[in-house]
Design a protein around this ligand. Sequence first.
Ligand SMILES: Cc1cc2nc3c(=O)[nH]c(=O)nc-3n(C[C@H](O)[C@H](O)[C@H](O)COP(=O)(O)OP(=O)(O)OC[C@H]3O[C@@H](n4cnc5c(N)ncnc54)[C@H](O)[C@@H]3O)c2cc1C
Length: 372
Amino acid sequence: MRTLIIGGGAAGLYLSSLVPESLIIEKDGRCGRKLSITGGGRCNFTHASTVPELLEHYNGNIPFIRKILYSHTPEDIMRHMEKLGIKAITEEDGRVFPSSMNAGDVVNALMPDESRLITGTGAVRAEKNGDVFHVYLSDGRMLESDTLVIASGCSAQNDIYDGSGVSILRSFGHTITPFRPALAPLNLERKLGKAEGTSVRVRIKAGKKEAEGDAVITRNGISGPVILNISRHVEPGSMITLSFADTDIRSLREKEPRKAVKNAISLPERLVHALVGDAADMKLGNLSKADERMITENLTAFRTKAWPSAGAAMTEKGGAVLSEFKAGTLESKIVPGLYAAGDVLDVDADTGGYNLTWAFACAWCISESLML
Ligand SMILES: Cc1cc2nc3c(=O)[nH]c(=O)nc-3n(C[C@H](O)[C@H](O)[C@H](O)COP(=O)(O)OP(=O)(O)OC[C@H]3O[C@@H](n4cnc5c(N)ncnc54)[C@H](O)[C@@H]3O)c2cc1C
């Protein structure tokens, strides 16, 4: 086979749709399992914006990322999807979905025929002998190819348990920045579990980063778009500040001393209870100075240690260092004929279709290089 692709996820499938002479090795029983749950099952597969706008949502080696994104823009992705039978719908905020709103349709459209797939067995090791790659599978088989593409995603667990694409890149001399959850809910030391499920507008400060947006309280912490996007800036165990309201308790007390705290504050009652405990039921007029201080602090500047939740991360920071690949083609500078695409590379981005845009644009660049 000319090209072996390790990983039948977003990047691997897209590449396979562009390179007929390729074979995917997917360790899972089926390809595209993660792709099929993206965007809440609807698959937010790109973001309708210009490349300079896109770039504001990526972290990593920006000049390198720019080159990849200019080679295959969101418009190009929509055009390729349309060729495969997937019409795009763009929502007001720029997020692009398949018109069927079904991620499964995207997976099916990208899926090669069975002769170009090996599923249920992973690549555990690879080496290059002369011009030929030898790829060893977990079921004992060995495959040969002229080019090898690592599109094995970012799960740190892959690395630990089965040798994975990351280890293969490492064995070829590539540097891997350690993986860490990004786009993840935050687990909090001070739990607000009593208010689990409550939606709320929140301002969050993590280190020098600050953001405001919609969030939802979870059993162990807090989630929602604003939290996911800021999570990559939260060092595990670092202190964050959450502001739920700009309440001035003293002036509320002067106006309506008979009102209970929980009824005076424009937040869901359950959240007020979780934030201030029994003081939620007290009348404003009966609050001591210390109560007042505690309530104000917890509503306007709730300080707690936080940990990005590894198990629930949508993507991870870290991965193969970009400078060891050729910008524009993604061919390894260390081993000719070796490529990497998608999350396995050291790039991460906000929610909104940016991560799939990266995976697809990488795949496109590799396909162009292989066609030369
Ligand atoms: C819940 C959730 C929702 C998301 N929603 C969105 C969204 O709407 N929009 C967006 O842009 N991004 C979204 N993302 C992120 C997006 O899914 C990833 O950025 C994208 O899937 C990365 O593609 P990839 O091909 O690099 O990796 P993956 O899609 O993870 O594919 C890697 C594949 O490689 C396989 N593999 C790993 N090791 C081996 C091995 N040794 N041998 C063989 N196969 C191997 C894995 O089983 C996997 O199938 C979401 C992520 C999650 C978890």
